[in-house]
Design a protein around this ligand. Structure first.
Ligand SMILES: *[C@@H]1O[C@H](CO)[C@@H](O)[C@H](O)[C@H]1NC(C)=O
Ligand SMILES: *[C@@H]1O[C@H](CO)[C@@H](O)[C@H](O)[C@H]1NC(C)=O
Ligand SMILES: *[C@@H]1O[C@H](CO)[C@@H](O)[C@H](O)[C@H]1NC(C)=O
Ligand SMILES: *[C@@H]1O[C@H](CO)[C@@H](O)[C@H](O)[C@H]1NC(C)=O
Ligand SMILES: *[C@@H]1O[C@H](CO)[C@@H](O)[C@H](O)[C@H]1NC(C)=O
Ligand SMILES: *[C@@H]1O[C@H](CO)[C@@H](O)[C@H](O)[C@H]1NC(C)=O
Length: 298
């Protein structure tokens, strides 16, 4: 019985749970909704548009004119209500398997009486879980316009920038790869945990060596998944903030998710280091034993 192998068993179990949480966070309403890869904030999407465009040839303008009596009224009112009337939500949380949408509570924009820290995201619904999911805000927002009965309003009427679509389109493969890598990482960490359990009962350097290999591989894959997820988050947020700024769309990376995935990576690194150590100590142990065996013969 190798008691010291208990540490890698626990570390692998922790990494397994953490990577499962990375994969399934936000996969339904009420389950770790704060752990998004990134959040798209569309709460002010109507505001700059209303300020810029007053041409009534735009079907959206005539709709808003109708709904609020005048565009000027809409500008003076809480403008996020314009987006809400159109069926568009305040924010979209992007996860590995889906996206969740909802409204900022009590309001989307911080002011003197409402500090940013008191604004929380109230998720109202999530999309279906999809393997190899990739976020496509244009389709999502257009669907919401259609569902709320404004299919005559195209997202381009809201001046939605096509550069955002182009930038996000370039990330589709990376986003799908993230899903695949999390699945592979979960499988490898599972194998690593079984091998660590085997290492509890089977002594010897070979078991320790196999454990080092599998743990190291699992560490590389979960590390790669974390790196690509981080790159997707940073790049997508950059694209949205660069091109979406003009229409009041904003994005931010999900720091909680990034912490979660990098902690899982670090835990696997520690597990492989522990096995490395075990390998070296194992060698020393056999060395001493053979000395004890041979010494009396002199
Ligand atoms: C304005 O509202 C009226 C009644 O609510 C409706 O009949 C009309 O179609 C609306 N016009 C537009 C452009 O939405
Ligand atoms: C701050 O925002 C909240 C929510 O949108 C609103 O109810 C409140 O009146 C605002 N306060 C000021 C001073 O504008
Ligand atoms: C949402 O975006 C608007 C406009 O860019 C910004 O003023 C507001 O502070 C953002 N709200 C949150 C909660 O991030
Ligand atoms: C979230 O929104 C729902 C209705 O959409 C409301 O009933 C609920 O109280 C809100 N939750 C919070 C924490 O504000
Ligand atoms: C989500 O799944 C449900 C049931 O499986 C299905 O009825 C619905 O059409 C799906 N929605 C989308 C947007 O695919
Ligand atoms: C929205 O409705 C328009 C016209 O009815 C249709 O052409 C388009 O495909 C719909 N878009 C989505 C995303 O459902």
């Amino acid at each position: 019985m190798r008691i010291s192998a208990l540490a890698p068993v626990l570390l692998c179990a922790a990494a397994l749970v953490l990577s499962f949480l990375c994969l399934f966070a936000g996969s339904k309403r009420g389950f770790m909704n704060d752990y998004s890869i990134l959040t798209l904030n569309t709460s002010r999407i109507g505001a700059s548009f209303l300020n810029a465009a007053h041409s009534s040839s735009n079907p959206l303008i005539s709709f808003i004119d109708n709904a609020t009596n005048s565009v000027e009224n809409a500008i003076n009112q809480d403008v996020s209500s314009v987006a809400r009337t159109l069926g568009i939500h305040d924010f979209y949380n992007v996860h590995v398997l889906d996206f969740c949408e909802g409204y900022y509570n009590p309001g989307p924009v911080p002011n003197t009486t409402l500090p940013r820290s008191q604004i929380h995201r109230n998720v109202t619904s999530c999309s279906n879980r999809t393997a190899m999911y990739s976020f496509d805000p244009r389709t999502t927002l257009q669907q919401e316009l259609n569902v709320s009965g404004h299919s005559n309003v195209a997202l381009s009427d809201l001046n939605w920038p096509s550069n955002v679509d182009k930038g996000l389109h370039a990330l589709v493969i990376a986003q799908k790869a993230t899903f695949v890598l999390y699945c592979v990482a979960i499988a490898l960490i599972g194998v690593a945990m079984l091998l660590a359990l085997a290492g509890l009962v089977v002594e010897g350097r070979l078991v320790a060596f196999v454990n080092v290999l599998v743990d190291w591989l699992a560490f590389l894959v979960i590390g790669l998944a974390s790196a690509i997820a981080t790159a997707v988050a940073v790049k997508a947020v950059d694209v949205i903030n660069t091109y979406g700024n003009q229409i009041g769309a904003q994005a931010s990376t999900g720091s909680k998710f990034l912490v979660l995935t990098w902690v899982a990576t670090a835990v696997m690194l520690v597990a492989s280091i522990v096995w490395c150590f075990e390998c070296l100590v194992g060698r020393k142990g056999t060395g001493y034993r053979s000395k004890e065996v041979y010494e009396p013969q002199y």
